[in-house]
Design a protein around this ligand. Sequence first.
Ligand code: GLA
Length: 366
Amino acid sequence: MISTSAHGRVNLIGEHTDYNNGFVLPTGIPQMTRADLEPRAGQTVFVASTNLADKPFSFELGSERAVRSWSDYVQGATWVMRQEPGAKVCGFDLAISSTVPMGSGLSSSAALLVAVLRAIRGAWGLEGLVDDIRIARLAQKIENEFVGARVGIMDPLAASLATETAALFVDTQSLQIEQVPLPTDQLEVAVINSGISHSNVGGGYNQRRSECEQACEALGISSLREVGMDDLARIDSLPEPLRRRARHVVTENDRVLRAVTAIRSGDCQELGRLFRESHLSMKNDYEVSVPDIDTLVEIASAQPEVFGARLTGGGFGGSIVMIARAGSARAAAEKVVQRYNGATGRVGFVLVPKVAVDGTREITAP
Ligand code: GLA
């Protein structure tokens, strides 16, 4: 039996930049997905899940077909692995369990994909063929070509490489990756689910991607990475909404670089300011927020122990990420949730920091 796991992630800053060859800065969260795989003779795969709220299912290797359920991610994993030169995969029994909530914008699909791909890699000894970056690329290929969600490389990379104590600074153009340790003596990351479900498979995400492509075409460039803060005047000549979409991407890339500098120098105030700017840009320029999430961010930002807060992930629902003074994140997040639920009638809840059954803060080892 091979047992593997992969963490969910929260993106600190750098939103909708990955598919524009830009910069991202996710970090790992304690919630994770686990896969237990036992090879079996034949070509059939049997899959059961303890908590993904679906009946067990089976499929034949070579006959994988997407049906718009979480089973697509498992079928996608065998579909993609079997295309790797030299990779022989046969039937297996798979048990999945996950604490990464679905529809929260915390990358439950990437965690599932990475856990399953790791299990397949381990069961058939494919470590020499498929390293952790390749696992991330394969997970992205499954999302793009099998599931039909045109997501970028950030989430699979984070599920494959991020830890809870560092920010994963990724240049998605060169795939240069750096672990930037978080100043955990000064700040703590919190994540609050808004109670509004999020999905990348829906229209909004893909529409933003194609608007970025149109902006590139109009500017005569191949990706928005080719323009920077010095080009904002040029971007201003684009028709709406392309002007605002491109402006978000360019300013967000700049914010990621400044956030990395702020983290390195332990400047929590500056990091918080960048969070607030990022949220306004997602709200006004990229238009991926919704009014209740704006309310949640406003309530969070108004707390004295909070440096900054913003919508995280693809948007149109999901979660917010906030940074608070070390030691105060859980209490601050609970206070924010109470006020948000009262103001909106939604059922928001705190996801991170996670509290263990005995009441202590739960941290998963990297
Ligand atoms: C989703 C996608 C990522 C990224 C974010 C937005 O989470 O999976 O690739 O594009 O949205 O930053």
